[in-house]
Ligand binder design. Structure first.
Ligand code: SF4
Length: 346
């Protein structure tokens, strides 16, 4: 049985004509029900005949995530634990910031990379999320918000939850097509960011897609020696190779690359690191998000003191890089990615 939530509009057109023997405009109706109106089952699709709805129930399904737990932080961050149809637990986090509400979504159950600061890495890799499971995180968050905070809407999406999005390349690109489609959620690609640990061939491929989101790079070190320790993927594609691919990534007007830099005390937070960071990124349309590490019991790193963070930020700014401090959010609710799922596992 085909999960229709996972199909792009073009795939749904093929399904309508080849499997249902229906005209292609049926795909418009189905797509709207699933992605604009948030239908949870075929019975809700009232402009389709009863016979067609019954036929759909025989040949297709609509997988929906179940909100299993919601943890709310003192700072307003909400973390959702969602269960897939096979019981796999994934996470999605809603992060309010003044008039913005950013949703951080997952692309895999667990992760095959082994970034040493990351709680998700400790889960190991279980499986890729389907396109439907990726986009349904947004629909479940919308449904939740409409109940508890009707005036708030998600304004930005970041693929920065559990998993390496570019390891699940095809499904992530399909999810972008679905979310961006005019008959669906109509989310502008300017409001979507895909964050990667640095899979160079996939970055290069993403640069050729017609659905191209904003790109964020999880950099986290300024020498290959340190990055290789913190993020073993650096041994495959080192900093120079990664930055070469990033510099070639096509950018629309006024768009820029985001570099995420998790600050780890005594590891990557020296003034020499600040100078190297500025040197690496010189001349690139970019900004740097500094993220003091969010401690969790699965790793022994330490968060730098506020003074050390300020010193690092001031130095990077002084050297000419737009730099923003992302204060750790939701410390009181295991908001570091993977922690809530890891707790469920424990
Ligand atoms: S930081 Fe991202 S890419 Fe690295 S292990 Fe964690 S989830 Fe995977």
């Amino acid at each position: 049985m085909q999960d229709l939530r996972s199909l792009t509009h073009a795939e749904l057109e093929r399904f309508a004509s080849e499997t249902l023997g229906e005209p292609r405009f049926r795909a418009d109706q189905l797509f709207q029900w699933i992605h604009a109106h948030g239908a949870l089952d075929f019975g809700a699709m009232t402009n389709l005949s009863v016979a067609l709805r019954e036929r759909l129930a025989q040949v297709a399904r609509l997988d929906t995530l179940v909100v299993d737990a919601v943890a709310e932080s003192r700072d307003g961050t909400r973390k959702l634990r969602l269960l897939a149809h096979d019981g796999a637990a994934i996470e999605s986090v809603l992060i309010p910031d003044e008039d913005k509400l950013t949703q951080c979504i997952s692309s895999q159950v667990g992760c095959a990379l082994d970034c040493r600061f990351c709680a998700t890495a400790k889960l190991g890799f279980k499986r890729n999320l389907s396109p439907g499971e990726i986009v349904d995180q947004i629909y479940r968050a919308r449904a939740l918000l409409s109940e508890i905070s009707p005036s708030r809407r998600v304004t930005n999406l970041v693929y920065m939850g559990m998993g390496e999005p570019l390891h699940n390349y095809e499904n992530v690109v399909k999810s972008l097509r679905i979310l961006n489609h005019d008959l669906g959620a109509k989310i502008s690609l300017r409001r979507i960011t895909v964050s990667t640990a640095g899979l160079v061939p996939a970055i290069e491929k993403l640069g050729t897609e017609d659905v191209r989101p904003n790109l964020a790079i999880s950099l986290n070190a300024t020498t290959d020696e340190v990055r290789g320790l913190v993020m073993p993927i650096n041994k495959k594609w080192n900093i120079a190779r990664l930055l070469q691919a990033v510099r070639a990534f096509p950018l629309e007007r006024r768009r820029r690359i985001t570099f995420e830099y998790v600050l780890l005390e005594g590891v990557n937070d020296s003034l020499e690191d600040a100078a190297r960071l500025a040197q690496h990124l010189r001349g690139m349309p970019c900004k740097v998000n500094l993220i003091p590490w969010n401690p969790h019991p699965l790793s022994s790193y330490r968060r730098p003191t506020p003074l050390a963070v300020e010193r690092f930020q001031n130095e990077v700014k002084r050297l000419g890089l737009p730099t923003y401090l992302r204060t750790p959010r939701g410390d009181d609710i295991d908001a570091a990615c993977g922690q809530l799922a890891a707790r469920a596992k424990r």
